[in-house]
Design a protein around this ligand. Structure first.
Ligand SMILES: [Zn+2]
Length: 323
């Protein structure tokens, strides 16, 4: 869990936003324990000179909302990341609505932590949420329907082969599939289940895109780990082959953080590699230890979750809690 926290704490626009919010009012503290303790943790990591800051208060608040995570050992980093992003989003929306209501009562006062028009959006959706479009075609009558799906993290299958690339993982995720036999889908024109073609593309690319490699799979009820050495670029990851044809902008993505998984299904250990926004130097975080690493050492066969951004992070301001 420390590895995920390190990656999020190196997501500069998220840190900047959270530290600029004032969560001091008591009603907010009640409605947003995960967010408030996360903000406290980020502030300590930023302002205290210590090499290691304990995430204890944050993890306690998190475990209170998500009981399976009260057991600290052997939690999956991918699940922890998804639950953390969901909790932050839900709490920020709730707190935003509460302070907006209060502001309306007080007339005229405003806060830079609320969005008066986009009440269901948060910094999480603004930075991390992309939209996929599934196109579903009945192969009998040719009728087409579309389904939209939002995502914060894309879970990529790992194609067989010794050293697949992330592009091959993406191709495998986005390739058209034909559903037949037991997988046929219901067609509302034919009024029955038919062979169906399904295709997915990105219609709204997020500013920050997170990929999770599906390294854990079940084979005959036994969970096993795929150890493929997936290659991925640190710079200029091109996602344009997977965009909708109508998407005009084709941003390139640069890597800034990685969660690594070592060991086995039962006895795993996580570390993080993160690029410092200011110095551009990569660091390895292993629980309480932190060391500099060369860029060439970032890509390993242990990579489990990758964080890419399509906009360089600006140099972080000197944060003040009330700015
Ligand atoms: Zn049909």
């Amino acid at each position: 869990m420390n590895a995920v926290i390190q990656c999020l704490s190196n997501t500069a626009p998220l840190v900047e936003y959270v530290l600029s919010c004032n969560f001091e009012t008591s009603e907010n503290r009640d409605k947003g324990q995960v967010t408030v303790t996360f903000a406290d943790l980020l502030a300590k990591m930023r302002f205290e000179e210590k090499q290691f800051v304990s995430p204890e208060a944050f993890l306690t608040a998190f475990g209170y909302i998500h009981p399976p995570f009260r057991r600290r050992d052997q939690q999956d980093a991918h699940e922890f990341l998804i639950y953390t992003l969901d909790s932050l989003h839900e709490e920020l929306v709730t707190m935003g609505k509460a302070s907006r209501r209060k502001a309306l009562v007080a007339q005229g006062s405003s806060s830079n932590c609320t969005d008066s028009n986009l009440s269901e959006s948060s910094i999480i959706t603004r930075l991390l949420q992309g939209v996929l479009r599934h196109e579903i075609v009945c192969l009998k009558c040719g009728s087409t329907r579309e389904k939209k799906e939002v995502f914060n993290v894309l879970s990529l299958p790992i194609p067989s082969g010794n050293q697949p690339s992330i592009q091959e993982c993406l191709q495998s995720y986005f390739e058209q599939v034909t559903l037949t036999w037991t997988e046929k889908m219901f067609c509302s024109f034919c009024k029955r289940k038919q062979d169906t073609a399904k295709e997915v593309c990105i219609i709204k690319p997020p500013r920050i895109i997170i990929f999770h490699f599906k390294r854990f799979e079940y084979q005959r009820n036994i969970k096993r780990k795929l150890r493929a050495n997936i290659t991925f670029p640190l710079k200029n990851l091109d996602l344009s082959p997977f965009f909708s044809p109508s998407e005009e902008k084709h941003p390139q993505y640069n890597l800034y953080a990685v969660v690594n998984h070592y060991g086995d299904v039962e006895y795993g250990h996580y570390t993080a590699y993160c690029k410092n926004t200011a110095t551009k130097q990569w660091h390895a975080y292993d629980d309480m230890k932190c060391s500099e690493i060369a860029e060439a050492a970032v890509q390993t066969s242990s990579a489990y979750i990758l964080f890419y951004t399509n906009q360089a992070f600006g140099l972080t301001k000197t944060f003040t809690s009330s700015s």
